[in-house]
Design a protein around this ligand. Structure first.
Ligand code: ADP
Ligand code: MG
Length: 593
């Protein structure tokens, strides 16, 4: 891969670390359930401890040859209650964990769908999917059982340490030396677990991106005979994920050893130091045994705590990847200080004007518009023509405010698009992209996404206007037929008409239509032209034209060349006065005629 832009390089940096306060910020919202679940689990554990005591009672009762009924009933009750608590507690904590994941996912979903177009240009959808599904899932355990377990273990360890200090200060000092050692090791190892986990999650994201890439052009992959090539890339990504996962496991194992070894060394040291002190009469044997038992007893919580800390690092790595998305810029809803709101109530064709607009897609990219000026208002058809790469599609992106103009003004109804409430601005525009995207789902879903409150009559109406009636009749389930990922089951012309129907369903005051560069068959082209002219009767239609039949019908033609408007006029005028247009008409445009 040749990632050369700074943006992609930034996305390839080793993941940084996230502070624990971020995890707390998410878990805090579900604290009640976590605490109840934790308390029940704890109670379940206590009840479990009581069980042997009652069993002892049963045996006592037996030897006194009294009736067994009562103690057995007790025992049964304790078993049932203990079992219920031990199931219910963790269950509640898992619910809390799922709730944390849901909170995080909702935040991400809101962010992702509202991202700025410019952000999406540089992001990889597959990786975003992985962050939404896999990284958030890593949070579940951490936000639930890990924290409660860690807290419980910490209390047990602190209690044990206090007891040790009380039992014998000298042995306590010996043990603490080891505790300090463990702590230092952990400070060294734990961040590495987080980093390695981050790398491993990133590798998963990369694999997702590669797979997304394959399916986004599946036919091309097959037609290019690129299956093996793509499989190779995917397998390499899977292998990287494996290697990074192994590395994370290595650090986790080292964390385990770093806790296990010192505790055992402490055991030996306590035995040595304590033994000598017992021999010299400075300490009772009972104290030494008590101390050793305490140390032994603490191994469980210590191992548990280290495991919790490892898991915590995993969760923090996931949080970091999640927050990277949560911190991306989403689209500003638009200026509150819109100059009054006369445009909201306006109806009829919208006016569009470019006033000396310059634009580049990013600061490190060359200018695409070098001072574009033109206007389009009233009913009728304005055609934008010019060589490929001249900046025609970019005009539409600026009208829709997908990107802000660098200098100059783009106005709709005389108001700078930056001052329009975004929803209102886009609400008045119907936009058909160049490759007329169709989304996975039914034909109906593809239409109503643009106007969710459209009535059945309105839908029927746009179906007719966009010349889709025949298609709808042909499909097995009519409007409710699924039309495949990216509309793969439709022809190019059908896709385009679906996109037009969708745009028309918004009852646009301005229709932006980016003609497909590919040739349509004569029938499709004729119906497309008719749809366009019908719309131009009612509203302002601006079309990026690649066909002579479109430009000859246009009321106004704007000729673009290398980011500048070169000439404006009708077909006849331009053929007479502009040589670039004449050439275009002769070659590019005429091919369709
Ligand atoms: P046209 O529609 O006239 O063929 P465009 O407006 O699509 O031209 O593109 C104009 C220039 O802007 C081209 O050089 C293209 O490479 C560049 N460009 C288009 N879209 C982007 C984008 N999202 N990011 C960076 N550059 C872009
Ligand atoms: Mg274009």
């Amino acid at each position: 891969m040749t990632d050369t832009t700074p943006a992609t390089e930034a996305a390839h940096e080793a993941p940084a670390r996230a502070p624990i306060s971020r995890l707390w910020a998410y878990a805090r919202q579900h604290l009640r359930l976590l605490i109840i679940g934790g308390a029940l689990s704890f109670a379940g554990g206590i009840v479990g401890l009581v069980q042997p005591l009652i069993a002892m009672d049963v045996i006592d009762t037996l030897s006194n040859s009294e009736s067994l009924t009562r103690p057995l009933l007790y025992l049964g009750a304790v078993v049932i209650v203990g079992g219920a608590l031990s199931a219910l507690g963790p269950y509640l904590m898992q619910i809390a964990g799922q709730d944390v994941v849901l909170t995080v996912r909702k935040q991400l979903i809101g962010r992702l769908v509202r991202l700025q177009v410019a952000e999406v240009d540089r992001l990889k959808p597959g990786d975003l999917v992985s962050r939404l599904s896999s990284d958030t899932n890593l949070l579940r355990t951490v936000a639930s059982t890990t924290v409660i377990g860690g807290v419980t273990d910490s209390f047990m360890i602190l209690g044990g340490i206090a007891l040790m200090a009380w039992l014998d200060p000298v042995l306590f000092g010996t043990t603490m030396a080891m505790v300090v050692f463990v702590t230092v090791m952990m400070v060294f190892i734990l961040p590495r677990i987080q980093r390695a986990t981050g790398d491993s999650q990133k590798a998963l994201g990369d694999m997702g991106s590669l797979l997304e890439r394959v399916f986004s052009a599946f036919r091309t992959v097959k037609a290019s005979g690129a299956e093996d090539y793509e499989i190779g890339r995917l397998e390499a990504a899977a292998t990287t994920a494996r290697d990074k996962g192994v590395k994370a496991s290595l650090w986790e194992a080292l964390a385990g050893v770093a806790a296990f070894l010192p505790v055992n060394i402490a055991f030996l040291m306590v035995l040595g130091v304590g033994g000598a002190r017992v021999a010299s009469g400075a300490m009772e044997v009972g104290t030494l045994i008590g101390f050793l038992l305490l140390l032994f007893y603490l191994m469980g919580p210590i191992n548990g705590l280290v495991a919790s800390l490892s898991q915590l690092q995993t969760g923090l790595a996931a949080i970091h990847r999640v927050e990277e998305v949560a911190n991306l810029d989403s689209e500003a809803a638009g200026s509150e200080a819109a100059q009054g709101e006369p445009h909201m109530a306006a109806s009829g064709p919208a006016q569009v004007a470019f006033e000396d607009v310059t634009f580049r897609y990013a600061e490190d990219l060359p200018f695409v518009h070098h001072g574009v000026t033109f206007a389009s208002s009233g009913r009728g058809l304005t055609a934008l023509v010019g060589p490929s790469g001249a900046g025609k599609t970019t005009v539409f992106s600026l009208i829709e405010r997908f990107y802000p103009a660098t200098t100059g003004r783009v106005t709709v109804d005389g108001v700078d698009v930056r001052d329009w409430p975004l929803e209102d601005l886009r609400g008045l525009i119907g936009y058909v992209e160049q490759d007329a995207p169709v989304l996975d789902g039914s034909l109906r879903e593809n239409l109503v996404m643009a106007a969710q409150d459209a009535t059945e009559a309105e839908i029927e109406d746009v179906v007719k206007t966009a010349r889709l009636t025949e298609l709808v009749e042909k499909l097995p389930e009519g409007l409710d037929s699924r039309i495949g990922y990216r509309g793969t089951t439709l022809s190019g012309g059908e896709r385009q008409r679906v996109a037009i129907a969708r745009a028309l369903l918004r009852k646009p005051r301005l229709l932006l239509l980016d003609e497909a560069t590919s040739q349509l068959d004569a029938a499709n082209e004729a119906s497309l032209k008719q749809v366009m002219l019908d719309a131009a009767e009612r509203t302002n239609v601006i079309v990026v034209a690649h066909r002579l039949s479109t430009v000859t019908s246009a009321d106004q033609i704007v000729v673009f060349d290398a980011g500048l408007v070169r000439a404006v006029g009708t077909h006849a005028e331009l053929v007479a006065k502009d040589d670039l247009y004449r050439d275009l008409a002769a070659s590019q445009l005429l091919t369709a005629a």
